[in-house]
Structure formats: structure tokens, C-alpha cells
Design a protein around this ligand. Structure first.
Ligand code: AKG
Length: 319
């Protein structure tokens, strides 16, 4: 998977019609291909399995990750529960999303977003931090001076999830990447400049499982390990390294989310990730209101959603 040939294919496919995607993605599972192998009607299938695999790879899903580690005297697959989905967003959509994020970043820099939405490192140093933009809730990564551990700041004020991200969420649900029981109510955007990283961590249990991260602009590897060694600024050694292609969605669940730490080593090229998460009900901010309109949003309206968000924000600022 991941050959340039396949990515060329992806960019040519029009994914704007959700129904089409759902139908094709349903067919696009390893199980489907395995079933096909044993199908007694195999003789009637015109294309060989290999040909069909090539076609279905446009909507590829990989979930057979294995990395065995000994933990408390037991051998465990620390990658169990991970899934990598490819072809959920086409290249035009990725472009719209990235442009939208750049516009958000400008707003953040100009103090046009709510207090805790936008944050950037005070001083740039290799391996130290990255820009983050948070919607739905404010997650505090550090232990506070008064000893409060990392977690959702229940009084933290951030902007609500913009419509364009609701369209992405709609796509993730209708494409069966995320289960309907896990409709995200918050998200974190990471903007990595070359040299930026995210250190080893397990995502807080203030957020339920599964959750997912979508990669934009450049590919990189994500490192997993029960223990991850920090060997330098932004340099980490773990027991598994998984390539994240541009436009891919990594779903984290099970051991991959709860037992293994993960990190992104210092990136060589600018990269953006969007992590969609659902809060544990008991951890939601005090003023939190769940949006219920994501199912009504047309999945093809990426550019409309982006434009109307920025126009609304502009007119709100003008008064
Ligand atoms: O940038 C990524 O792909 C990973 C992001 C991540 O681990 C996080 O936001 O917790």
C-alpha cells in the first residue's frame, strides 16, 4: 500500500458523493477480499483477485498491525486496535481543509479566536512544541503550578467546532471510520513546522476511544512503544514506526490507544494533523453544548462551509 500509483488514483477519484464512498468502502476490507477468495462463484468473477485489490486499494484500510512487546511478563500486541484508512478525503478536499486551517491560524495570531483556542510556542526550538488550535474544549497538556494534572479545563473558553469540521466528521461516520457511538465533540489541530514534534504520550482518558488523527501536507512516521526513549530534541526510539500518508486517517483504539505511547518525531517538512475526539461526559466543560446538526450538513460543501465560517467571524468582529 501507499505506492505513488495508488495516490495518483486517489486524487483522481471524486469522493464528493458520500453514498458512493460508503458503498465502496464497505467492499474495501481485507475480509471482503478474503471472502472473495473462498467464494464458490469465484469462476464467475471476471477480474482476478489482484486486479480487484488494486481497484479497492483506492479506499484502503489496514488493521493488521503487529508489534509484540513483553509487558508484565505477558507478550502483548501493542498495536492491536489501530486502523489506517486511506482515500477518505480527496486531494481537493484536503486543499480546502488546509486553506481553512491557515485562515484559522491567521485569526488565532490576530486574537480573533476565543481565549484558549489558539496557542503557539513562545520561543521556537527544535523538538519543543508546535502550534495547536482546539475546538469544543481546551485540553491542558501540562501539570499546572498548583498541581492540577493535564486534562480538560472545564472553565476553559474555546470556539465551537466549525461547520467544515462537522462535514469531515460526517464523512468519518458515514465512511465507517468512526462508529456512530463516537461522534467527536472536540478536535485538536497540530501545525508542525520543520523540527516540530509531539513527544511520547497516551491520549488522556478525558477522551473516549476510539479517536482518530488525519494527516495533511506531508507524510511522516508515527512511533509507538510501551516505552519510548527520548534520544535528543524531537528524536525518539520506540518499538514500531508506522508511515502516515498524506490524507490518511489513523484510528486509535485498544492497546494502540491505551497501552502504547505514541509520538511524532521532529518533522522534516511542514505538516498538519487534525485529531477528532469525544469527551467523557463527566469531563465536558461546564458551558458545553453538543452540536446536533452534523448529519444535516451536506458532505460536499467544503468550500461553502469554509467561506461562511470566515464571513460570519468577520461580521461578528465588525459588530
Ligand atoms: O500529529 C499527529 O499525527 C499525532 C497527534 C497526536 O498524537 C495528538 O494530538 O495527541
Amino acid at each position: 500500500m501507499g505506492s505513488p500509483e495508488i495516490y495518483d488514483d486517489i486524487s483522481r477519484v471524486d469522493l464528493s458523493k458520500n453514498q458512493k464512498i460508503v458503498k465502496k468502502r464497505k467492499m474495501n476490507t481485507q475480509e471482503f477480499l478474503e471472502e472473495e477468495k473462498f467464494d464458490s462463484n469465484l469462476k464467475n468473477i471476471k477480474h482476478s483477485i489482484e486486479e480487484r485489490k488494486r481497484v479497492f486499494n483506492r479506499f484502503y484500510m489496514k488493521k493488521d498491525y503487529v508489534c509484540l512487546e513483553r509487558i508484565n511478563r505477558r507478550i502483548v500486541n501493542i498495536l492491536d486496535g489501530l486502523q489506517l484508512h486511506i482515500g477518505v478525503f480527496n486531494s481537493m478536499e484536503q486543499k480546502e481543509i488546509v486553506q481553512f486551517i491557515y485562515d484559522l491560524q491567521n485569526k488565532g495570531r490576530n486574537n480573533e479566536l476565543e481565549e484558549h483556542t489558539y496557542s503557539e510556542p513562545k520561543k521556537w526550538m527544535r523538538g519543543k512544541g508546535r502550534v495547536t488550535i482546539q475546538f469544543g474544549c481546551c485540553y491542558n497538556y501540562a501539570v499546572e503550578k498548583n498541581g492540577i494534572p493535564p486534562g480538560i479545563l472545564r472553565n476553559g473558553i474555546v470556539d465551537p467546532i466549525p461547520n467544515l469540521f462537522k462535514i469531515m466528521i460526517n464523512r468519518l461516520i458515514t465512511s465507517h471510520v468512526l462508529p456512530i457511538s463516537c461522534v467527536p465533540d472536540s478536535c485538536i489541530i497540530n501545525i508542525y513546522e520543520p523540527g516540530d514534534c509531539i513527544p511520547p504520550h497516551i491520549d488522556s482518558h478525558d477522551f473516549i476511544r476510539p479517536f482518530c488523527t488525519i494527516s495533511f501536507l506531508s507524510k511522516c512516521n508515527i512511533i509507538f512503544g510501551h516505552k519510548i526513549k527520548i534520544v535528543g530534541p524531537g528524536e525518539f526510539i520506540g518499538s514500531a514506526s508506522i508511515p502516515l500518508p498524506v490524507g490518511s486517517v489513523l484510528l486509535l483504539n485498544g492497546n494502540g490507544a491505551n497501552l502504547a505511547k505514541h509520538c511524532i518525531p521532529a518533522v522534516s517538512y511542514k505538516r498538519i494533523s487534525v485529531t477528532f475526539i469525544k469527551m467523557d461526559k463527566t469531563k465536558q466543560p461546564h458551558n458545553f453544548m453538543f452540536y446536533s446538526d452534523f448529519q444535516n450538513i451536506k458532505s460536499s460543501d467544503f468550500s461553502d462551509a469554509s467561506e461562511s465560517y470566515h464571513t460570519k467571524k468577520r461580521s461578528a468582529l465588525i459588530g
